[in-house]
Design a protein around this ligand. Sequence first.
Ligand SMILES: Nc1ncnc2c1ncn2[C@@H]1O[C@H](COP(=O)(O)OP(=O)(O)OP(=O)(O)O)[C@@H](O)[C@H]1O
Ligand SMILES: [Mg+2]
Length: 328
Amino acid sequence: MAQKVLEINGLTTGFLAEKEIVKATDRVNLQLEKGKTLCLVGESGSGKSVTSLAIMRLIEFSGGRILEGSIAFQKQDLAKKTQEEMLHIRGNKIAMIFQDPMTALNPVFTVGEQIAESLRLHQGMKKEKAWTEAIKLLRLVGIPSPELRVKQYPHELSGGMCQRVVIAIALACRPDVLIADEPTTALDVTVQAQILDLLRSLQKEIGMSILLITHDMGVAAEMADRIAVMYAGAIVEEGDATAIFDKPSHPYTTGLLQSIPGLEGERGHELYTIAGTIPPLSALPSGCRFHPRCPHVMDKCRAVSPPSMTVGDRHTSACWLYEEGERA
Ligand SMILES: Nc1ncnc2c1ncn2[C@@H]1O[C@H](COP(=O)(O)OP(=O)(O)OP(=O)(O)O)[C@@H](O)[C@H]1O
Ligand SMILES: [Mg+2]
Protein backbone atom coordinates (compact mmCIF):
# COMPACT_ATOMS: atom_id res chain seq x y z
CA MET A 1 0.00 0.00 0.00
CA ALA A 2 1.23 3.48 -0.87
CA GLN A 3 2.64 5.70 1.86
CA LYS A 4 0.05 8.00 3.44
CA VAL A 5 0.91 11.67 3.22
CA LEU A 6 -2.16 13.06 4.90
CA GLU A 7 -4.43 11.18 7.25
CA ILE A 8 -7.60 12.78 8.53
CA ASN A 9 -9.44 11.11 11.35
CA GLY A 10 -12.82 12.05 12.79
CA LEU A 11 -12.69 15.62 11.51
CA THR A 12 -15.72 17.49 12.80
CA THR A 13 -16.02 21.18 12.05
CA GLY A 14 -18.68 23.77 12.74
CA PHE A 15 -19.79 27.37 12.47
CA LEU A 16 -21.42 29.45 15.14
CA ALA A 17 -24.95 30.38 14.13
CA GLU A 18 -27.18 32.28 16.55
CA LYS A 19 -25.38 31.10 19.68
CA GLU A 20 -25.41 27.50 18.49
CA ILE A 21 -22.70 25.59 16.72
CA VAL A 22 -23.88 24.02 13.48
CA LYS A 23 -21.67 21.19 12.28
CA ALA A 24 -20.36 21.50 8.74
CA THR A 25 -18.50 18.19 8.64
CA ASP A 26 -19.12 15.17 10.82
CA ARG A 27 -16.34 12.71 11.72
CA VAL A 28 -14.69 12.81 8.32
CA ASN A 29 -11.95 10.25 7.63
CA LEU A 30 -9.74 10.70 4.58
CA GLN A 31 -6.37 9.37 3.51
CA LEU A 32 -4.16 10.84 0.85
CA GLU A 33 -1.45 8.60 -0.58
CA LYS A 34 1.92 9.73 -1.87
CA GLY A 35 1.86 10.77 -5.52
CA LYS A 36 -1.83 9.91 -5.86
CA THR A 37 -5.02 11.86 -6.40
CA LEU A 38 -7.97 11.65 -4.06
CA CYS A 39 -11.15 13.24 -5.38
CA LEU A 40 -13.66 14.53 -2.88
CA VAL A 41 -17.04 14.66 -4.61
CA GLY A 42 -20.54 15.63 -3.59
CA GLU A 43 -23.30 18.13 -4.25
CA SER A 44 -23.10 21.80 -3.40
CA GLY A 45 -23.13 22.39 0.34
CA SER A 46 -21.91 18.91 1.28
CA GLY A 47 -18.84 20.22 3.10
CA LYS A 48 -16.04 19.73 0.57
CA SER A 49 -14.61 23.24 0.80
CA VAL A 50 -14.97 23.34 4.57
CA THR A 51 -12.92 20.13 4.76
CA SER A 52 -10.13 21.68 2.71
CA LEU A 53 -10.23 24.92 4.70
CA ALA A 54 -9.95 22.89 7.89
CA ILE A 55 -6.88 21.04 6.59
CA MET A 56 -5.24 24.37 5.77
CA ARG A 57 -6.51 25.81 9.06
CA LEU A 58 -8.11 28.64 7.10
CA ILE A 59 -11.50 27.70 8.51
CA GLU A 60 -10.86 29.91 11.53
CA PHE A 61 -10.68 32.93 9.22
CA SER A 62 -14.15 32.31 7.88
CA GLY A 63 -15.75 32.05 11.29
CA GLY A 64 -15.60 28.28 11.68
CA ARG A 65 -13.55 25.92 13.74
CA ILE A 66 -12.35 22.37 14.16
CA LEU A 67 -14.40 20.76 16.91
CA GLU A 68 -12.83 17.32 16.93
CA GLY A 69 -10.46 15.07 15.06
CA SER A 70 -6.89 15.02 13.80
CA ILE A 71 -5.07 15.89 10.58
CA ALA A 72 -1.83 13.92 10.50
CA PHE A 73 0.79 15.33 8.17
CA GLN A 74 4.48 14.41 8.42
CA LYS A 75 4.08 13.07 11.95
CA GLN A 76 2.40 16.27 13.12
CA ASP A 77 -1.24 17.03 13.85
CA LEU A 78 -2.25 20.12 11.88
CA ALA A 79 -5.41 20.43 13.98
CA LYS A 80 -3.20 21.27 16.97
CA LYS A 81 -0.84 23.74 15.28
CA THR A 82 -0.86 27.44 16.05
CA GLN A 83 -1.58 29.81 13.19
CA GLU A 84 2.05 30.90 13.33
CA GLU A 85 3.24 27.34 12.86
CA MET A 86 0.80 26.94 9.98
CA LEU A 87 2.57 29.76 8.12
CA HIS A 88 5.48 27.37 7.51
CA ILE A 89 3.21 24.66 6.19
CA ARG A 90 0.62 26.59 4.21
CA GLY A 91 1.77 27.50 0.71
CA ASN A 92 5.01 25.68 1.37
CA LYS A 93 4.38 22.01 2.15
CA ILE A 94 0.67 22.11 1.42
CA ALA A 95 -0.47 24.46 -1.31
CA MET A 96 -3.97 25.28 -2.38
CA ILE A 97 -5.65 26.51 -5.53
CA PHE A 98 -9.20 27.76 -5.76
CA GLN A 99 -11.97 27.97 -8.30
CA ASP A 100 -11.56 31.54 -9.43
CA PRO A 101 -8.02 32.39 -10.56
CA MET A 102 -8.83 36.09 -10.84
CA THR A 103 -9.53 36.50 -7.13
CA ALA A 104 -6.46 34.43 -6.22
CA LEU A 105 -4.15 36.85 -8.02
CA ASN A 106 -3.47 40.40 -6.95
CA PRO A 107 -4.41 42.80 -9.78
CA VAL A 108 -1.77 45.41 -8.89
CA PHE A 109 1.29 43.16 -9.20
CA THR A 110 2.71 41.47 -12.28
CA VAL A 111 2.52 37.69 -12.39
CA GLY A 112 6.30 37.53 -12.08
CA GLU A 113 6.26 39.63 -8.91
CA GLN A 114 3.63 37.37 -7.39
CA ILE A 115 5.51 34.15 -8.12
CA ALA A 116 8.81 35.67 -7.01
CA GLU A 117 7.22 36.89 -3.77
CA SER A 118 6.17 33.36 -2.90
CA LEU A 119 9.71 32.09 -3.56
CA ARG A 120 11.25 34.86 -1.45
CA LEU A 121 8.82 34.30 1.38
CA HIS A 122 9.01 30.53 1.62
CA GLN A 123 12.46 29.75 0.29
CA GLY A 124 14.33 32.93 1.11
CA MET A 125 15.36 33.30 -2.52
CA LYS A 126 17.12 36.51 -3.58
CA LYS A 127 15.24 38.83 -5.94
CA GLU A 128 17.11 38.00 -9.14
CA LYS A 129 17.11 34.25 -8.58
CA ALA A 130 13.38 34.34 -7.76
CA TRP A 131 12.70 36.20 -11.02
CA THR A 132 14.60 33.61 -13.11
CA GLU A 133 12.79 30.85 -11.23
CA ALA A 134 9.43 32.56 -11.92
CA ILE A 135 10.15 32.40 -15.66
CA LYS A 136 11.05 28.72 -15.32
CA LEU A 137 7.82 28.03 -13.46
CA LEU A 138 5.74 29.82 -16.10
CA ARG A 139 7.38 27.61 -18.70
CA LEU A 140 6.71 24.54 -16.55
CA VAL A 141 2.96 25.31 -16.42
CA GLY A 142 2.86 25.70 -20.20
CA ILE A 143 2.72 29.46 -20.62
CA PRO A 144 4.19 30.49 -23.99
CA SER A 145 6.80 33.31 -24.12
CA PRO A 146 7.28 33.27 -20.34
CA GLU A 147 9.93 36.02 -20.57
CA LEU A 148 7.22 38.40 -21.78
CA ARG A 149 4.33 37.07 -19.71
CA VAL A 150 6.27 37.37 -16.48
CA LYS A 151 6.04 41.17 -16.77
CA GLN A 152 2.29 41.23 -17.39
CA TYR A 153 -0.59 41.91 -15.01
CA PRO A 154 -3.37 39.35 -14.38
CA HIS A 155 -5.91 41.31 -16.47
CA GLU A 156 -3.65 40.93 -19.52
CA LEU A 157 -4.02 37.13 -19.35
CA SER A 158 -6.98 34.86 -20.12
CA GLY A 159 -8.75 32.93 -17.34
CA GLY A 160 -6.95 29.72 -18.29
CA MET A 161 -3.56 31.48 -18.30
CA CYS A 162 -4.32 33.00 -14.90
CA GLN A 163 -5.14 29.56 -13.50
CA ARG A 164 -1.78 28.37 -14.85
CA VAL A 165 -0.12 31.24 -12.99
CA VAL A 166 -1.98 30.29 -9.80
CA ILE A 167 -0.74 26.72 -10.27
CA ALA A 168 2.81 28.05 -10.81
CA ILE A 169 2.60 29.94 -7.50
CA ALA A 170 1.23 26.85 -5.75
CA LEU A 171 4.05 24.72 -7.14
CA ALA A 172 6.80 27.25 -6.53
CA CYS A 173 7.76 25.51 -3.31
CA ARG A 174 7.31 21.96 -4.60
CA PRO A 175 4.57 21.11 -2.10
CA ASP A 176 3.99 17.58 -0.87
CA VAL A 177 0.27 18.13 -1.11
CA LEU A 178 -1.76 20.24 -3.50
CA ILE A 179 -5.36 20.92 -2.56
CA ALA A 180 -7.36 22.01 -5.58
CA ASP A 181 -10.91 23.18 -4.86
CA GLU A 182 -12.91 23.12 -8.11
CA PRO A 183 -9.86 24.38 -10.04
CA THR A 184 -11.51 24.21 -13.45
CA THR A 185 -15.14 25.07 -12.75
CA ALA A 186 -14.74 28.70 -13.82
CA LEU A 187 -13.02 27.77 -17.09
CA ASP A 188 -14.49 26.71 -20.41
CA VAL A 189 -14.44 23.04 -21.34
CA THR A 190 -11.33 22.94 -23.56
CA VAL A 191 -9.31 24.96 -21.07
CA GLN A 192 -10.59 22.70 -18.27
CA ALA A 193 -9.14 19.67 -20.02
CA GLN A 194 -5.80 21.44 -20.51
CA ILE A 195 -5.56 22.41 -16.84
CA LEU A 196 -6.39 18.86 -15.71
CA ASP A 197 -3.72 17.50 -18.09
CA LEU A 198 -1.28 20.00 -16.66
CA LEU A 199 -2.02 18.95 -13.06
CA ARG A 200 -1.52 15.31 -14.00
CA SER A 201 1.81 15.87 -15.70
CA LEU A 202 3.08 18.13 -12.89
CA GLN A 203 2.05 15.50 -10.37
CA LYS A 204 4.23 12.95 -12.18
CA GLU A 205 7.13 15.37 -12.33
CA ILE A 206 7.00 16.59 -8.73
CA GLY A 207 5.52 13.46 -7.12
CA MET A 208 3.02 15.45 -5.11
CA SER A 209 -0.29 14.17 -3.80
CA ILE A 210 -3.45 15.93 -4.90
CA LEU A 211 -6.70 16.39 -3.05
CA LEU A 212 -9.05 17.41 -5.82
CA ILE A 213 -12.44 18.76 -4.89
CA THR A 214 -15.09 18.62 -7.56
CA HIS A 215 -18.82 18.20 -7.94
CA ASP A 216 -18.18 16.90 -11.45
CA MET A 217 -18.00 13.09 -11.64
CA GLY A 218 -16.54 13.43 -15.14
CA VAL A 219 -13.52 15.26 -13.71
CA ALA A 220 -13.23 12.65 -10.95
CA ALA A 221 -13.32 9.87 -13.56
CA GLU A 222 -10.41 11.45 -15.36
CA MET A 223 -8.25 12.33 -12.39
CA ALA A 224 -8.90 10.15 -9.35
CA ASP A 225 -7.00 7.19 -7.97
CA ARG A 226 -9.34 7.15 -4.98
CA ILE A 227 -12.73 8.78 -4.53
CA ALA A 228 -14.49 9.89 -1.36
CA VAL A 229 -18.16 10.77 -1.70
CA MET A 230 -19.47 13.37 0.71
CA TYR A 231 -23.09 13.98 1.59
CA ALA A 232 -24.39 16.54 4.10
CA GLY A 233 -21.07 16.77 5.93
CA ALA A 234 -20.20 13.08 6.05
CA ILE A 235 -18.25 10.67 3.87
CA VAL A 236 -20.78 8.10 2.68
CA GLU A 237 -18.59 6.01 0.38
CA GLU A 238 -14.88 5.68 -0.31
CA GLY A 239 -12.89 3.46 -2.60
CA ASP A 240 -10.64 3.12 -5.65
CA ALA A 241 -11.95 5.19 -8.54
CA THR A 242 -12.47 2.07 -10.65
CA ALA A 243 -14.54 0.44 -7.89
CA ILE A 244 -16.65 3.56 -7.35
CA PHE A 245 -17.46 3.78 -11.06
CA ASP A 246 -17.87 0.03 -11.72
CA LYS A 247 -19.55 -0.97 -8.49
CA PRO A 248 -20.91 2.07 -6.65
CA SER A 249 -22.46 0.88 -3.43
CA HIS A 250 -24.08 3.87 -1.75
CA PRO A 251 -27.43 4.93 -3.28
CA TYR A 252 -26.20 8.53 -3.19
CA THR A 253 -23.13 7.63 -5.29
CA THR A 254 -25.34 5.76 -7.74
CA GLY A 255 -27.48 8.88 -8.04
CA LEU A 256 -24.44 11.09 -8.62
CA LEU A 257 -23.19 8.77 -11.36
CA GLN A 258 -26.55 8.76 -13.09
CA SER A 259 -26.47 12.52 -13.15
CA ILE A 260 -23.36 12.68 -15.38
CA PRO A 261 -24.48 14.39 -18.61
CA GLY A 262 -24.65 12.23 -21.70
CA LEU A 263 -22.05 12.23 -24.44
CA GLU A 264 -21.33 15.46 -26.26
CA GLY A 265 -23.93 16.11 -28.92
CA GLU A 266 -26.49 13.88 -27.27
CA ARG A 267 -28.90 16.78 -26.96
CA GLY A 268 -32.29 16.23 -25.45
CA HIS A 269 -30.84 13.61 -23.14
CA GLU A 270 -32.62 14.06 -19.81
CA LEU A 271 -30.22 14.71 -17.02
CA TYR A 272 -31.04 12.49 -14.07
CA THR A 273 -31.10 14.40 -10.83
CA ILE A 274 -31.44 12.93 -7.39
CA ALA A 275 -34.91 13.81 -6.13
CA GLY A 276 -35.01 16.20 -3.17
CA THR A 277 -32.30 18.47 -1.83
CA ILE A 278 -29.45 18.22 0.61
CA PRO A 279 -30.79 19.00 4.12
CA PRO A 280 -29.49 22.00 6.05
CA LEU A 281 -26.90 20.71 8.49
CA SER A 282 -28.75 22.42 11.32
CA ALA A 283 -31.71 20.14 10.65
CA LEU A 284 -30.38 16.73 9.66
CA PRO A 285 -32.98 13.96 9.46
CA SER A 286 -32.92 11.15 12.01
CA GLY A 287 -31.02 7.97 11.18
CA CYS A 288 -29.21 7.98 7.84
CA ARG A 289 -28.79 11.53 6.59
CA PHE A 290 -29.61 10.42 3.05
CA HIS A 291 -32.78 8.45 3.89
CA PRO A 292 -35.38 11.07 2.82
CA ARG A 293 -33.96 10.97 -0.72
CA CYS A 294 -33.03 7.31 -0.90
CA PRO A 295 -34.88 4.99 -3.29
CA HIS A 296 -33.98 2.00 -1.07
CA VAL A 297 -35.01 3.43 2.28
CA MET A 298 -35.90 0.87 4.98
CA ASP A 299 -37.35 1.39 8.48
CA LYS A 300 -33.95 1.03 10.06
CA CYS A 301 -32.58 3.88 7.92
CA ARG A 302 -35.04 6.29 9.49
CA ALA A 303 -33.97 5.34 12.99
CA VAL A 304 -30.25 4.59 13.08
CA SER A 305 -27.35 6.23 11.30
CA PRO A 306 -25.35 3.55 9.44
CA PRO A 307 -21.64 3.15 10.24
CA SER A 308 -19.06 2.76 7.49
CA MET A 309 -19.05 -0.86 6.29
CA THR A 310 -16.58 -2.74 4.12
CA VAL A 311 -18.11 -3.58 0.75
CA GLY A 312 -14.95 -4.52 -1.15
CA ASP A 313 -11.18 -4.18 -1.18
CA ARG A 314 -10.44 -0.84 0.54
CA HIS A 315 -13.99 0.13 -0.34
CA THR A 316 -16.42 1.30 2.33
CA SER A 317 -20.00 2.45 2.36
CA ALA A 318 -22.15 3.92 5.11
CA CYS A 319 -25.39 2.21 4.15
CA TRP A 320 -27.61 -0.38 5.85
CA LEU A 321 -27.92 -2.29 2.56
CA TYR A 322 -24.50 -3.71 3.36
CA GLU A 323 -25.13 -4.69 6.94
CA GLU A 324 -23.95 -8.24 6.33
CA GLY A 325 -20.58 -6.73 5.34
CA GLU A 326 -17.94 -6.19 7.96
CA ARG A 327 -17.91 -2.84 9.77
CA ALA A 328 -15.00 -0.76 8.51
N1 LIG B 1 -18.38 30.90 6.56
C1 LIG B 1 -19.40 30.08 6.82
N2 LIG B 1 -20.29 30.36 7.81
C2 LIG B 1 -21.32 29.54 8.09
N3 LIG B 1 -21.54 28.37 7.45
C3 LIG B 1 -20.70 28.03 6.47
C4 LIG B 1 -19.59 28.86 6.10
N4 LIG B 1 -18.91 28.26 5.09
C5 LIG B 1 -19.59 27.10 4.84
N5 LIG B 1 -20.64 26.96 5.66
C6 LIG B 1 -21.61 25.84 5.68
O1 LIG B 1 -20.92 24.61 5.64
C7 LIG B 1 -21.57 23.69 4.78
C8 LIG B 1 -20.63 23.14 3.76
O2 LIG B 1 -20.22 24.15 2.86
P1 LIG B 1 -19.08 23.95 1.78
O3 LIG B 1 -18.74 25.29 1.27
O4 LIG B 1 -17.98 23.14 2.35
O5 LIG B 1 -19.81 23.09 0.66
P2 LIG B 1 -19.19 22.53 -0.69
O6 LIG B 1 -19.35 21.05 -0.65
O7 LIG B 1 -17.82 23.06 -0.88
O8 LIG B 1 -20.19 23.12 -1.77
P3 LIG B 1 -19.88 23.72 -3.25
O9 LIG B 1 -19.88 22.54 -4.17
O10 LIG B 1 -21.05 24.62 -3.49
O11 LIG B 1 -18.60 24.46 -3.21
C9 LIG B 1 -22.75 24.44 4.17
O12 LIG B 1 -23.91 24.06 4.86
C10 LIG B 1 -22.43 25.88 4.39
O13 LIG B 1 -23.60 26.63 4.58
MG1 LIG C 1 -16.98 24.36 -2.24
